[in-house]
Write a protein that binds this ligand. Structure first.
Ligand code: PLP
Length: 393
């Protein structure tokens, strides 16, 4: 192997070169960290997702040499835009970072003075509209930029008039959240886009967990949303600290201005060269996946769980669809008789050996999700659940 710094002075003998000497590989085990079988979801708290070999290879090759980060971000963005059928693309350090950058882009565009002043919004549009029904923990990423969230509608729902009345000269953008927060009484995205377009206000869709289906990568922007945001570390199985901002070229350019390495609001949300090549590999892989075969596998796992749990007293196991994020993927709903038993079972799975994470559902049920399992783990989940159900009557 050619030394990286072959022209450098020779080291005094006895001083080991960096990276040589006793090999100490840090692993979860050496740190006393127990691995967790994830039958829950692509949760950030559990590590997002598991990266496949092609993503790891891309990250490893990215880590091996210096490049111009701006140029790489631009080139990767072009490739991802092509692959996903969008006008332009920017890689953020996650969907939440995408929310910060998209908000900054809509308030300050590329104004070089404005971009160093957040959260001071003097002279900029200072409001972002969110339907009351869509309010959730992630909207802090929008408020972080300094904008005020103006709510449209109430708990009961949102009308066209509610949204029209919320729009003013201060409106920088309308955020639409897609996922567990969607309700039948919300103002549908089609209507939101139509009203926003009439007022020349961009609509940003937080679609962080809206994969599968892969077509969603262009669905929201084709509907007329200005930008759609996705997590790289959920079903895309890219680096956990990566995300996609997809859509309108002028806004993507503005995201670039507000993002690392510029001294701007996005500077602390760095996307490294490793994440850039990693997420590109992940998008390429995801688009090429046989999603039908994958779904058949999920259906099989759910049937296997339901059959295995059938006939256990006090337990009702059945297929549920779609899952909590609205992904068109089946999962198993296991309903027990009491909240106490459910809570005890969930806690026992999590603290047992091996540790297994499952999702609580409603008052007395839990969900088993096949999406995040590795080969062989569906069997372990079933065996452990049956064992725990026996121990906790
Ligand atoms: C996961 C998620 C986010 C945050 O995504 P990151 O990639 O972890 O930053 C934002 N919004 C919703 C609806 C999510 O599900």
């Amino acid at each position: 192997m050619t030394p990286l710094n072959s022209g450098a002075p020779v080291r005094p003998s006895g001083a080991p070169a960096p990276g040589t000497g006793t090999s100490r590989v840090n692993t979860y085990a050496t740190l006393g960290i127990r691995p967790i079988i994830n039958a829950c979801a692509t949760l950030t708290r559990l590590g997002g997702s598991i990266m496949p070999p092609e993503v790891l290879d891309a990250m490893r090759s990215a880590a091996g040499c210096f490049i111009d980060l701006d140029e790489l971000q631009r080139r990767v963005g072009e490739r991802i835009a092509e692959l996903t059928g969008n006008e332009a693309a920017y890689v953020s350090s996650g969907a939440a970072a995408g929310m910060v950058l998209a908000t900054a882009a809509c308030t300050a565009a590329i104004d070089p003075d404005a971009r160093t002043r957040f959260p001071d919004l003097t002279g900029m549009k200072s409001e972002v509209i969110v339907q009351h029904l869509h309010r959730n923990g992630y909207d802090y990423a929008v408020r972080q930029v300094g904008v005020t969230v103006v709510e449209a509608g109430t708990d009961a729902g949102t009308s066209r008039l509610d949204l029209e009345n919320a729009i003013s000269a201060e409106t920088a953008a309308i955020f639409w959240f897609q996922g567990a927060m969607n309700r039948p009484t919300e103002l549908p995205l089609e209507d939101v886009i139509a009203i926003a377009n009439a007022a020349s206000v961009p609509v940003i869709v937080d679609a962080a967990a809206q994969l599968p289906p892969a077509e969603n990568l262009s669905r929201f922007t084709k509907m007329g949303a200005a930008l759609a945001l996705f997590s790289g570390g959920k079903d895309l199985a890219g680096p956990q600290s990566s995300g996609l901002v997809l859509g309108r070229k002028d806004l993507i350019e503005a995201c670039r201005v507000h993002g690392n390495p510029n001294h701007a609001v996005g500077r602390p949300m760095k996307v490294g060269k490793e994440e850039l090549l990693g997420i590109l590999a992940a998008v390429q892989r995801y688009i090429g996946l046989d999603h039908d075969a994958r779904n058949r596998g999920f259906e099989e796992t759910v049937r296997f769980w339901n059959d295995g749990l059938a006939g256990i007293p006090g337990v009702d196991a059945r297929r549920d669809f779609p899952n909590e994020a609205g992904q068109p993927v089946p999962w198993t709903l296991v309903t027990l008789e009491t909240t106490e038993r459910r809570d005890t079972v969930v806690a026992a799975l999590r603290s047992g050996e091996p540790a297994i994470a499952v999702a609580q559902a409603g008052d007395t049920a839990l969900h088993l999700n096949p999406m995040t399992l590795r080969p062989g783990e569906a069997e372990i989940v079933l065996a452990r659940l049956i064992e725990v159900l026996r121990q906790i009557p």
